[in-house]
Unconditional design. Structure first.
Length: 147
């Protein structure tokens, strides 16, 4: 694994935005889809989320994440507001480009990142602990795996 990416969408055709992003990202593995409640206090529709493993270092993963968001016409009008596509680099190998913080500073607090990541890698860990333990501590009431 070179990078773990978290993807989410809650505007327009959510599934289509995620599929288009995966074409740009060229993942080696993709988690099941989850429907999740928004975080951050902004009233908005639920998200579709997934995690993808990609064979890219931090620089390439971040570049592709930004390209995927641009292709989905992502705008940043309200922090944690609704969006066509959000792609976060959670962890990645290699040098970290300016403007990117790794591991993602809130990944350990986000069940919508931890649950799908755990599906792909039961041994995954962050500096704060094992993903399985972090998810158990958060609970998953607002994270629903889709069939």
């Amino acid at each position: 694994m070179s990078a773990v990416l978290s993807l989410g969408s809650n505007l327009g055709d959510r599934a289509a935005h995620l599929r288009a992003a995966l074409e740009v990202l060229e993942p080696t593995a993709v988690s099941p889809l989850y429907e999740t409640a928004p975080v951050g206090g902004v009233v908005q529709d639920d998200f579709l989320n997934l995690v993808a493993l990609v064979p890219w270092d931090a620089v390439e993963a971040w570049s592709r994440a930004q390209r995927a968001e641009q292709a989905a016409d992502r705008t940043r009008e309200v922090r944690w507001g609704p969006r066509t596509l959000d792609v976060d680099v959670v962890v990645a190998d290699g040098a970290v480009p300016d403007g990117l913080v790794l591991p993602h500073p809130r990944a350990h607090e986000r069940a919508f990142v931890l649950a799908p990541w755990l599906d792909l890698d039961p041994d995954a860990a962050l500096p704060q602990g094992r993903v399985a333990d972090l998810l158990a501590a958060l609970g998953d009431a607002d994270v629903r795996r889709l069939p």
